[in-house]
Design a protein around this ligand. Structure first.
Ligand code: PEP
Length: 258
């Protein structure tokens, strides 16, 4: 495995709101995230509301340093794709970053190749793709974690230029840790992140050191700081614990104090 030197990458705390909230509660949560972000100079902050809440959340975040993200997009720019939303539409509404290949979408049919197409489409539209990767429990128990991560990352970034890669982020999210309350240990996260980084560096050389790699999977105030400070972890992608203003704030402030 390549010897990967530590590089200064600003941390990121991101909240994936999934299919939760209503307009009023999404607005209130966005206001709380903006207020929490204003309390600290770093890390970077982003929230990923449902499509129907994007415009409301954009207004609530106006003037704040919280980035607006979307949970997925379509690969095409426009066309007869009923129910789909293109990355260009997302950019038009003020989105700057989009999740690609979240495990909840891979479980309903998104393949590695589709995730690559989605990441490329996001880049085309000027968005930052956050490419999500991670092994299932069965894959971990079969000692296939490294193989799965290598495949998912290699396919997702295949064909990108170094310049493209500089606009990409990744999230290691072990499927068995998402929404389950089971969290990877710091050692597990570090070892998985090392594999992801190694794929990037093997393919892109020094440019492979650029992208942030987040950890996601049952992150909460009590474990966020330890995970965030694990070697090779550049931030956290938080699901359930991002849906309460105080816990998202605690994660954010803990990241700074630790
Ligand atoms: C996620 O959905 O990306 C996630 C990490 O969820 P949770 O924090 O609830 O496990």
């Amino acid at each position: 495995m390549s010897n990967v030197p530590a590089t200064a990458r600003p941390k990121l705390v991101a909240g994936n709101w999934k299919m939760h909230l209503r307009i009023a509660t999404a607005r209130a949560l966005a206001e709380q995230a903006a207020a929490a972000a204003a309390e600290v100079a770093g890390p970077d902050v982003a929230v990923f509301p449902a499509f129907v809440h994007l415009a409301t959340v954009r207004e609530a975040l106006r003037g704040s340093r919280v980035a607006l993200g979307a949970q997925t997009s379509h690969e095409k720019q426009e066309g007869a794709h009923t129910g789909k939303v293109s990355p260009e539409m997302l950019a038009d509404v003020g989105v700057t970053t989009v999740l690609c290949g979240h495990s909840e979408r891979r479980q309903s049919g998104e393949t590695d190749q589709m995730v690559r197409a989605l990441a490329r489409a996001a880049l085309r539209a000027g968005l930052t793709p956050v490419i999500c990767v991670g092994e299932t429990l069965a894959e971990r128990e079969a000692d296939r974690t490294e193989e799965v991560l290598r495949r998912q990352v290699s396919v997702a970034v295949d064909g990108l230029s170094s310049d493209d890669l500089s606009r990409v982020e990744l999230a290691y999210e072990p499927v068995w840790a998402i929404g389950t309350g089971r969290t990877a240990t710091a050692a597990m996260a570090t070892s998985a992140h090392r594999v992801v980084r190694d794929v990037l560096v093997s393919k892109f050389g020094e440019a492979g050191l650029g992208p942030r790699i987040l950890y996601g999977g049952s992150v909460k105030p009590s474990n966020a700081a330890e995970l965030m400070n694990s070697e090779g972890v550049d931030g956290v992608l938080v699901g359930g614990a991002s849906l309460e203003g105080p816990s998202f704030r605690a994660i954010l402030l803990g990241a700074v104090r630790s």
